[in-house]
Ligand binder design. Sequence first.
Ligand code: FAD
Length: 545
Amino acid sequence: MTTTATTATSGTAAPPPRRSFWAWCLESEEPTDAERADLARKLSERAGTAITARPVPDLADAELRPPRTAVPDSLAAWCATDTYERAFHAYGAHFTDRARAFDLDFPNPPDVVAHPRDEAELAATLDWCASAGHVAIPYGGGSSVVWGVNPPEADTVVTIALDRLDQVLEIDDTSRAARIQAGVFGPHLEDQLRPHGFTLRHFPQSFRFSTLGGWIVTRSGGHYATNHTHIDDFVESVRMLTPKGWWESRRLPGSGAGPSPDRLVLGSEGTLGIVSEAWMRIQARPSFRATAGIVFDTWPAGYEAVRQLAQAKLWPANLRILDPAEAGRAAGLDGTQALVIVSFESAELTQRHNIAQAVEIARACGGRVEDDEVRVSDGGGEPTGRGGAVGAWRDAFIGVGNGVETSLGLVADTFETSITWDRWPEFDAVVRERVSHALRQVFGHEPMLSCRFTHVYTDGPAPYYTWSGMGRQGSETQMWSEVKHAASEAIADAGGTITHHHAVGRMHRPQYDRQRPELFAEALRAAKGALDPGGILNPGVLIDP
Ligand SMILES: Cc1cc2nc3c(=O)[nH]c(=O)nc-3n(C[C@H](O)[C@H](O)[C@H](O)COP(=O)(O)OP(=O)(O)OC[C@H]3O[C@@H](n4cnc5c(N)ncnc54)[C@H](O)[C@@H]3O)c2cc1C
């Protein structure tokens, strides 16, 4: 085995530029008052009512409850209690989080925010929490959209941010695996693998502001739509600190030795321990690529093609469909046609034959694509997903909005799930009917509701719905909550999962509690009791203390 040690010093990198406490961007990229005023004018026209853009908030005006505990001297070097740290870590990245932060509404911030620089400091911090009975909330990038990092009601809350543990420590290029610290953000992780010719190839839409540890414990889904796309597939072993001590699994390519320890960590959402590092399967960077965007006259014809493509076992790297509303809004089509995007990639082999076979299947289902619109890159590494409808959609996907619309009356959200193919058409009809009804009730106008598949399996799709409505300024969160309730209940009643990759957090608890077998809940509570007897880790997420 060839093991290459890289820069093995943790926590020494210069701190990244500060992130905005309310917008999805750095402070230096925050939407300006002028941009917000411009958008307010446009939204006023759309809503037929005056919308006022309040100035972007100044954190100096925020009034936070004083910290309810003092940091021991021995931890002071990596613990903060200033307003920015406590306000920033009070919320994740959901629409409701951003709205509250914009309003400087911080009734329950963490009392202390720790940024341990190595495992010894991490252990000292968790020891302090355990002995003092403080709630401890692991925090990666804070991109949670399910209230996973929001402090619960408790006497004292310490948020433990992993961002200083951000190094790729070792690369085993024989087995193609790397030992990586949990707090590394997506771009910094790829920057450290690139010089070695490798990639983790895990690209959630939140890539810029989310971390390896967060991906592992939320079972994140990357933007590749089939085959290896979940972080689960890349985990070789995990090292996690619990209040009862360290938990580390053996590095193995596979194992049939009983239930997998890693499987208990995956999806644990900070309730069982704090992941400090993991051995991850890495890959050679692809240089052969092929992509096609195929247009269908109807949504059912398009998703039938997707089903056949998934079941043909060609294993495209990407296979997704945008319904006519989404293809119109995000890919520039006319609003009546669905768009299927299929792409292949490899570090070693031409993908010409695969894309030709995929196009043949899609055409047999009624899809249209000209031969010269099928793009192939044979070993040069050129991207094939740029330009045209496919490129337009890609740009919209990557260019996640920064939240300029916050507190301007626009209410928007997404929800995602999965369902087997046999139940899919009826499921889609039920969800659309119930959510559209709720949107009409709440907003009083025809709803904007669209769907795409983010992931596709041989036995079913993972549909991802996006909705928005023009609400009343100041009532956005209440309006959101009514639609969210209708969407979650529709999914639960129609037999889907309450989340395919966004996690459970505190938001999805009611439906998650109904979805899981009760005996499993009991077993999970027992595992929690064994690892975290004081119930200090992220209480309220997944299970009750
Ligand atoms: C714009 C946007 C796009 C998104 N796109 C995607 C997507 O494409 N795919 C997807 O799967 N999700 C997506 N999400 C959701 C979110 O990015 C994921 O859930 C992500 O995995 C969270 O990572 P994080 O590092 O930000 O974790 P955080 O938000 O900081 O934390 C999430 C949960 O993990 C726990 N946690 C974090 N780090 C650790 C650790 N080291 N040890 C133990 N517990 C920990 C926290 O306590 C919390 O419960 C998106 C979110 C946004 C805002």
